[in-house]
Design a protein around this ligand. Structure first.
Ligand SMILES: O=C(O)CCC(=O)C(=O)O
Ligand SMILES: [Fe+2]
Length: 258
């Protein structure tokens, strides 16, 4: 069944050598891309599905610092910790993805979960306890972007469904901070924000699976240019069962709790 959506030639989910390769690559580069993960037919179906759900998307435009924390009033407003960055996008949630969608089939698949878990070095992965946060489809129309940030989660799984005509580029700077030792690296972050340090660019075409460690690697998606909306799926897992996304985060990202 899953073979109709995921191409086993591009991504043999239960091949130990392939898993070991992906794992090594993630450890060395901080990111793994698997082009051709989705069959072309599946990409077309999922784009059509995402386009029909787009009117239901919740749109947000917000400002945040790169650490995704509240500002620190003890520091000057123009300090890098307090620098405000803009993000704007539309989003639909797990419960808005049609029941028969390939996205549920992928997300729920025990084989796929075991594949991701093995690559990121976890024993098991679990869905969110709330009905919104497990599968999100992001829409970035012309001018919309995701500003520079570090993720709170240790890894992210995404699937690009549709690339814009131009822009919508995923840029990143590896290991710019060390969250575990609380090293925020203000100078390094400032150099990137001021354009003094050139980020790496991740080449991603539609149908590619991306596994990214974004907790210490600062990243952004540049503004979409042109009339074609960038459409990206985020598959989010927890390493413990029964965990919901915080109410504050749900209100910010989705405008509702359930
Ligand atoms: O849109 C992307 O490719 C990356 C998304 C991302 O960085 C995030 O959701 O935190
Ligand atoms: Fe991110």
């Amino acid at each position: 069944m899953l073979d109709r959506i995921i191409d086993p030639q591009a991504c043999p989910l239960d091949d130990p050598a392939f898993i070991a390769d992906c794992r090594r690559h993630l450890d060395e580069a901080g990111v793994v891309t698997i082009p051709g993960f989705l069959r072309q037919r599946a990409v077309a179906d999922l784009v059509a599905e995402a386009e029909s759900a787009a009117p239901e998307a919740f749109f947000t435009s917000s400002t945040h610092n790169v650490y995704l924390t509240p500002p620190d009033p003890a520091l000057p407003a123009d300090h890098v910790f307090n620098r405000q960055i803009t993000s704007s996008k539309g989003c639909i949630t797990t419960d808005q993805v049609p029941a028969g969608s390939g996205l549920h089939a992928i997300y729920d698949s025990a084989t796929f979960r075991a594949f991701i878990a093995a690559i990121v070095g976890e024993t098991a992965l679990h869905e969110y306890a709330d009905p919104l946060s497990s599968i999100n489809v992001h829409y970035a129309a012309a001018g919309q972007e995701l500003g520079w940030h570090f993720d709170n989660s240790s890894f992210a799984v995404t699937l690009l469904l549709q690339a814009p005509e131009s822009g919508g580029e995923f840029q990143y700077v590896r290991d710019l901070r060390d969250a575990d030792s609380n090293d925020l690296n203000f100078a390094g972050v400032e150099a990137v924000l001021d354009g003094e340090r050139t980020p790496d660019i991740l080449e991603v075409v539609p149908g590619t699976l991306v596994l990214f460690r974004g907790r210490n690697s600062m990243h952004r998606v540049t503004p979409t240019i042109g009339r074609r909306t960038r459409i990206l799926v985020v598959l989010a897992y927890n390493t413990e069962p029964g965990i919901a996304l915080s109410q504050a985060a749900r209100m910010t990202f989705y405008g509702r709790l359930g």
